[in-house]
Design a binder for this molecule. Structure first.
Ligand code: ADP
Length: 248
């Protein structure tokens, strides 16, 4: 599946109050690619992710999936588009009153997968993220890193074509960050298409195939990751990388 973002703009408010937070974004994400999206807080990264899965509607421009414009889809078509997209958020967003197993089976209940099949798939996925033993616990009984791995298993349940990660490790301490990044690295190696908004330079540099740097609603630079980190073309990118290196 190829996702193409074509001259995408997004404004909030209208008239004199209008505030453009995304300005003429153009990106192509091919099947199996891992995109790292970097940028300071307020750059527009989350808004971009939300426009791609239509949690927000772009003000103008298009999102194309395999050449088909999905920007205006509604109802069942919208549900189908969303079913192909897994989402991971920084605060995990698990159902607190459900066990780990029943968090992962949840999307399969929604699409009416038979019970035995749901459980079989959920147990397989929990094993994949290293949590087979914790299936009967509740989220509050898990560490943050374990909760995020449950969220990843849940996102994989419906076999999505692409997964968006929106700062998946920013609520975690370094040790727990490592275990979540290991699962993400494994998914990347297995060929999952991933779009990862991150502050983890190691992940962007070593795991993502392409890196995009955003600032003030604009894509300043996008390049294959090796080139991006070894030979950034834009002064603003170099400045950002220097600042990050300094704080790490
Ligand atoms: P990032 O993810 O890079 O931190 P965001 O996409 O969250 O950036 O935000 C980009 C800009 O859009 C910020 O200036 C933010 O205040 C603004 N913004 C985000 N969501 C809304 C909204 N629902 N209404 C108005 N402004 C918003």
């Amino acid at each position: 599946m190829t996702i193409q973002i074509d001259h995408l703009h997004k404004s909030y408010g209208s008239g004199a109050e209008a505030h453009e937070v995304l300005h003429d974004i153009n990106l192509t994400i091919d099947s199996g690619e891992v995109f790292g999206i970097l940028g300071s807080s307020g750059a527009g990264k989350s808004t971009l992710v939300r426009c791609i899965n239509l949690l927000e509607r772009p003000t103008s421009g298009k999102v194309l999936i395999d050449g088909r414009d999905i920007t205006g889809v509604k109802g069942k078509e919208l549900a189908d588009v969303r079913a192909g997209i897994g989402m991971i958020f920084q605060n995990f967003s698990l159902f607190q009153q459900r066990t780990v197993l029943r968090n992962v089976t949840f999307p399969l209940e929604l699409n009416h997968t038979p019970k035995a099949k749901r459980e079989e798939r959920a147990r397989y996925l929990l094993d994949l993220v290293g949590l087979a033993d914790l299936a009967d616990r509740y989220p509050s009984q898990l560490s943050g890193g374990q909760q995020q791995r449950v969220a990843i298993a849940r996102a994989l349940a419906t076999d999505p074509e692409i997964i968006y990660f929106d700062e998946p490790t920013s609520a975690l301490d370094p040790e727990l960050t490592g275990e979540v990044l290991a699962v993400m690295r494994q998914l990347a190696e297995e060929g999952m298409t991933m779009l990862v908004v991150t502050h983890e330079m190691g992940f962007a540099r070593n795991v993502s195939s392409k890196t995009v740097f955003m600032e003030n609603g604009v894509v300043v630079e996008q390049a294959p990751s090796r080139e991006f980190f070894e030979d950034p073309k834009e002064e603003r990118t170099r400045e950002f990388l220097r600042k990050i290196e300094h704080t790490n």
